[in-house]
Design a protein. Structure first.
Ligand SMILES: [Zn+2]
Length: 474
């Protein structure tokens, strides 16, 4: 198993180093053909027997070619930089580091020749070390990229109003990284790390395409597709003209056409499928089971169900130390957050916000974000209180059907119903008088909304001074 893993990783590394070199050679060759052979030697400074110089066409092609090459270079290096420096890895759990330390100590005990100091320092560089001041772990491939970040704790999940969970309501656990997996995170077997919203392992850049780099990947393959089509059209047009005049074929121009067609088809396919995933708010990995996947979600219940629910629930209780004017009595309070454990229908995507909104969560809010690799995707930021990723109408429907709508959702629904009701009444009075006014066809349980339970107050309490966590499964 270990040997197979090594071979797989070594093969990926080999491919990731060879592919960029081959691409650089191909781009250099195509640049020579387009700029020197077509523009300089054929359009701007042609043999007198062929035609008069065409400076305008030659310069326009050089400018357009340079712009496209620049865009490809910028998007590629932005992609490469992000994959190396902000790959979207989920920090490993403390138990993983403890296990590594144990293994290292075990090796020493069995008479390894290396001194303990050397071994510890090499372990720090390759795997990680404890930061005594913050109880965080310092990790990173090299000293220059080392960062500190705590592994996701269970609090990061139950303080939100919704999260992806296991069947018992607990967050999903990775038994390799020994950490909780954030929503939509996937364990990558190539690099043995959980990665946020992982799309695929890309040999072009030798790393994982995740939520941080998916936008730059789309831009890179899309600009590459435009570049290939541009070269194909230029070479094909002037090759046809050259053949008409000389009855011969320039081999380099023909090779450029073949390269443009080959890489163009590949890039168009990659750009098209990646854009489709962005519009559907899914990833290459999620797409494998898109048509029949069932998501299990823990959805916060703002109040206890009025009747015994027909779904499982889970409660998270957090003891907190009170301060200031609240510090009376036993100096501590217990906050309980209860969640319904609900399942989507097969093939439903709880993160689907509609095509254009899905597109904007990946590519950005403004049109220039769609074309230039300036900012990260909006979906990289998980500081919202509702959930780690914005949830769509599927989850609203699930809440409504289970009778656990959040107060603001219920208010929205009420306002929507009132508007719809008013429109109907106006329509009826215009057409058939007021005889049927007041008859509402779609009264449902979602009209019964209880008082605000102080949800936001709970969130504030939970954020501060958390002492311990109890999970009660009902
Ligand atoms: Zn993992």
């Amino acid at each position: 198993m270990a040997q197979a893993l090594f071979n797989k990783t070594a093969a990926n590394l080999w491919v990731s180093r060879i592919i960029p070199l081959v691409l650089i050679v191909i781009v250099a060759y195509v640049t020579w053909v387009v700029i020197v052979l077509i523009c300089a030697n054929y359009l701007i400074n042609p043999p007198q027997s062929l035609h008069t110089p065409r400076h305008g066409a030659g310069i326009a092609i050089i400018v357009l070619y340079s712009i496209l090459l620049l865009l490809i270079g910028v998007t590629y290096f932005r992609l490469l930089f992000t994959v190396i420096h902000n790959p979207g890895y989920v920090p490993r759990g403390p138990q993983w580091y403890a296990r590594q330390e144990q293994k290292t100590r075990g090796k020493h005990r069995h008479g390894r020749q290396h001194s303990k100091k050397d071994s510890d320092s090499s372990n720090e560089k390759s795997e990680g070390s404890r930061d005594p001041a913050s109880n965080a772990y310092i990790y990173g491939g090299s000293p220059g990229t080392a960062t500190t970040e705590l592994a996701p704790s269970i609090r990061d999940f139950y303080t939100k109003d919704a999260f992806v969970c296991q069947g018992d309501g607990r967050p999903i656990w990775c038994s390799t990284c020994l950490n909780y997996k954030p929503d939509r995170a996937h364990h990558c077997s190539e690099i043995e790390r959980c990665t946020r919203k992982m799309d695929h392992f890309c040999p072009w850049v030798g790393g994982v395409i995740s939520e941080t780099s998916f936008k730059f990947f789309i831009q890179f393959v899309a600009w590459t597709a435009v570049y290939c089509i541009f070269n194909l059209i230029v070479a094909a047009y002037f090759l046809a003209e050259y053949k008409r005049k000389t009855h011969t074929i320039n081999v380099h121009w023909l090779v450029t056409i073949c390269l443009g067609a080959l890489f163009g088809m590949f890039a168009i396919g990659m750009a098209g499928s990646s854009l489709q995933f962005a519009i559907l708010n899914t990833t290459t990995i999620e797409n494998l089971s898109r048509r029949n996947i069932v998501w299990t979600l823990a959805l916060y219940m703002p109040r206890p169900p009025e009747t015994p629910p027909n779904f499982r629930t889970i409660s998270y209780s957090a003891k907190q130390r009170l301060t200031g004017s609240d510090a009376t009595g036993d100096q501590a309070a217990c906050t309980i957050r209860s969640f319904a454990i609900l399942h989507t229908k097969p093939g439903e995507n709880p993160f689907d916000l509609g095509p254009f909104q899905n597109y904007k969560t990946v590519m950005g809010e403004h049109w220039y974000d769609w074309f230039l690799p300036i900012k990260y995707s909006p979906c990289c930021f998980h500081d919202g209180t509702d959930s780690q990723f914005t949830l769509g109408p599927v989850v609203q429907r699930m809440r409504r059907e289970a009778g656990i709508e959040l107060p603001e959702e219920a208010d929205e629904e009420k306002t929507h119903r009132r508007r719809r009701h008013r429109r109907r009444r106006r329509h009826r009075s215009d057409t058939a008088g007021t005889r049927d006014a007041g008859v509402v066809q779609d009264d449902g349980p979602n009209e019964k909304v209880g008082p605000d339970t102080g949800k936001h107050g709970d969130e504030v309490d939970l954020e501060s001074g958390l002492a311990n966590t109890n999970v009660i499964v009902q």
